[in-house]
Every structure is written in C-alpha cells, then in structure tokens.
Write a protein that binds this ligand. Structure first.
Ligand code: FAD
Length: 393
C-alpha cells in the first residue's frame, strides 16, 4: 500500500464483513467493523462451504476449528421427488480434498460466524452501530450512525447484506423478489437415522419445489431447506417463524424420507428469496461492496457465502499489494470479481427454473444433463478457483 495505510471502515459483521476484517488483518491492514446488532450471534441454519472458500478460510487459520464444528459430506446426491430414484451423485470426501486441496464442508452458520469472530480482537468490532448515511468526499468518507455518532474513513467497505445502505450510496437498484420462499430449520440427527447414517448433501427435485438437507454441528443436527413458491410472503428474516403444518402440506406425496424429515421440523422459519441483477461496477474511489451487498443471489447454487469469502480475500489482496492507492485497488478488485460473480449469479438464477421443472420431457433432459455432469471435474472452474491468487495476479 502507499506511505500511510488507509483507515478502513467495514459496515456489517456478517460472514462477508468479518472475513474482510480478518483477511485485512492477516495482510497487516487494520480496519474497524460497524455492526447494527447489539450482540453478535448469527442465526439461521446450515451453509455449504465449498473448496473455493474453505481453501481461503484455512489461510486464516480456521482449518482445525472447521474440522471440529463442520461436517465433511461424502457426496452430493439428487433424487426424484416421489420415488426417490437417484438422478445423480457427485463424490466429495477425500476425492474432493485431493483434487482441490481443500474439503467440502456443511456447517451451521453460527459456528462459522463464531470462528470468524474469534479471529478479531474486541476493539475494532463496534456493535449497536446502524449505519444510516454514507457521504463520500474527495478526501474521505463520513459514516453516520443511528447512535448520532460519525466516523471518518479513507475507504468504506459495505458488507451490510442485501439491503445495503452503502450500496444505496452507489447504485439506484432494488432487491427483486423471486416468487420463491424457503422454509428452513434444524432437526436432531438422532430423529432421522436413515438420513444421518451417512453424511451427504441430499436433494429431492420435484415440480415447482425442491428440498435440500445435510448434517451440521459435528453431525448432531440435520439442516434443511424446502422451497415453496408464493406471492404472499415477502418476509426476509432468519427469525420469521412459520407454520410447520403448511410446509408439510406443501410436500404431501413426496418420498417418505422427505415426509419424515419435515414431520420432525418444528420450529420452522420461512424466508422470501430475493436477489438483484448482477452489475459489473460496485465501487467508487473510496467505497466498495462485498458479499450480498455487492451481489445478492438466490441460494440455489449454494455459493452466496462462498463468494463473500472470495470477495474478502480478493479485496484484501488488492489493497495490500496494489501500487495505485485505494482507488486503483478497488478498480482491480472489481475487474477480477465481476466476471466471476456474474457467472455464479447466473447459475443461481438458472437453477430456480431447472431445479423445479414439472415431470416431463424437459425434466428428463435435465436429469440426463445432471448425470452427465456428475463427475467432480465439472466443478473445476468453481472449486479450483483461488480468489486471492487472482486478486494479486
Ligand atoms: P449478511 O449475512 O446479510 O450480513 C450483513 C451484516 O450486516 C449483518 O450482520 C447485518 O446485521 C449487518 N448490517 C446490515 N445493515 C447494516 C447497517 N445499516 N449498519 C450496520 N450493520 C448492518 N451461501 C452459501 O455459500 N452456501 C449455502 O449453502 C447457502 N445457503 C443459503 C440458504 C438461504 C435460505 C439463503 C437465504 C442464503 C444462503 N446462502 C448460502 C447465502 C449466504 O447466506 C449469503 O450469501 C451470506 O450470508 C451473505 O453474507 P453477508 O455477510 O454478505 O450478508
């Protein structure tokens, strides 16, 4: 970096914000993180962490802790909704680690969040600071918080999620409702011996909806997500409780593994799925975005948090090693990230249709294509990517 390290403010202490702060610290750059919540304690359910993110998280020293709290699934399998016929299986486990130098994990969001928080000292994480205003001037950025306080920085990183206040200072767009909602929850693994016996990511695909489940928290719990199309539910909150009876009704007639899983699900939470169109610019000379603030995507490709981790490493690498100052680093960061996230974003939207086809010719063609692409080598572009190397390359 230049003669004086920039004063960096990160807005939001979710997975993206904490990874940015930890990634900057690792490269010798300090930052201050402002989080609206008075206490940290990520809610939600499970996340799939693929090798493209795990490789980077290990560089933060989280390898051993992730091994302890997360689960290494042996495979991802997709099945038909009614009879459970296997559509395809992708082997993970050791084959994945050997191929990509990092494993595939399934993890509770709270466990990952705690691991990331533990990397940072208390002082630079300021809780109970909801950012309300972002004013960029030629010589700095002024943040305003609802406590009445202000903060001046040379660079502001918006890691404040899909409704980002920092993004609003940069771009005029709004989140787009996908017409889909997802019910999420956790079931004790000992209640579901047939699903818990072998650690796998399991999906069942049916007309208009799909279910995914996998073990988390060292295998003690099974996390699930079950989509239901709706135009009457726009709530976006991990903590919005929903009626388990309605969920079960939506999956009547599905394979007994699905029915049994949902029969155990209580409480359940329901989440309206939004994204935004992909953009190729999300920075000025002093403001930039990471994670869902930059590119909120539908969760149907299980990469949102993975891409947030990639962003964090790419940004830290650009800031640490550029000779063009902050503005040059942000240009470079956007250049390397925009094509990558656009590709992942497109897959996520594409799956909103592909995973929910009605039974028929198109569904059979999709199943054949899935089978054809089952080998892990088809994921090289995704799992083999090293966002930090690309950032410095
Ligand atoms: P967030 O997690 O939204 O964090 C934003 C943070 O900023 C929060 O702490 C918030 O309190 C804070 N904040 C917001 N506004 C302000 C403000 N004004 N001032 C200060 N602080 C503020 N991704 C995967 O990789 N794998 C998966 O399997 C997967 N499954 C998913 C399933 C579902 C149902 C959904 C909805 C998403 C899934 N994702 C998955 C996506 C993933 O959850 C997100 O991409 C990821 O959590 C984004 O992290 P983030 O830190 O960018 O945003």
């Amino acid at each position: 970096m230049g003669q004086r390290d920039p004063r960096i403010a990160v807005v939001g202490a979710g997975i993206a914000g904490l990874t940015v702060a930890a990634g900057l610290t690792r490269l010798g750059l300090a930052s201050t993180v402002f989080e609206q919540a008075p206490q940290l304690g990520e809610v939600g359910a499970g996340l799939q962490l693929a090798p493209n993110a795990v490789r980077l998280l290990r560089r933060l020293g989280l390898g051993r802790e992730l091994d302890r709290v997360a689960v290494r699934p042996e495979a991802i399998e997709m099945r038909r909704w009614q009879d459970g016929e296997l559509i395809m299986v992708t082997e993970l486990g050791d084959a994945c680690e050997q191929r990509y130098g990092a494993p595939y994990y399934t993890v509770h969001r709270a466990d990952l969040h705690r691991c990331l928080r533990a990397l940072l000292p208390d002082d630079p994480v300021r809780l109970g600071r909801r950012c309300r205003s972002v004013s960029e001037r030629p010589d700095g950025v002024e943040l305003g918080f609802d406590t009445g306080e202000g903060h001046r920085a040379d660079l502001v990183v918006g890691a404040d999620g899909i409704h980002s206040v920092v993004r609003a200072a940069l771009l005029p767009d709004r989140p787009r409702f996908s017409g889909e909602t997802i019910y999420r929850g956790l079931v004790r693994a000992d209640r579901l011996p047939s699903l818990a016996e072998r650690p796998r990511v399991r999906l069942w695909l049916g007309p208009g909806r799909h279910v995914v489940c996998y073990p988390v928290s060292g295998g003690d719990w099974i996390s699930f997500g079950a989509t239901v199309p709706a135009d009457d539910w726009q709530v976006e909150s991990w903590s919005a409780e929903a009626d388990p009876g309605e969920l079960r009704k939506a999956y009547q007639g599905w394979h007994p593994d699905v029915v049994n899983l949902l029969a155990e699900a209580d409480p359940v939470r329901r989440w309206a799925l939004h994204d935004r169109d992909a953009v190729d610019r999300w920075s000025t000379d002093r403001l930039t975005l990471v994670g869902d603030a930059a590119h909120p995507m539908l969760p149907f490709f299980a990469q949102g948090a993975n891409q947030a981790v990639e962003d964090a490493f790419a940004l830290a690498a650009c800031l640490a090693r550029t000779d063009g100052g902050v503005a040059g680093a942000l240009r470079r960061y956007e250049e390397v990230r925009a094509p990558r996230v656009a590709q992942v974003h497109q897959r996520s939207r594409g799956n909103a249709t592909a995973l929910h086809l009605p039974d028929g010719v198109a569904q059979r063609d999709r199943d054949a294509a899935l089978r054809h692409r089952a080998d892990l080598s088809h994921q090289d572009w995704l799992y083999g990517h090293d966002a930090e190397l690309v950032g410095t390359g």
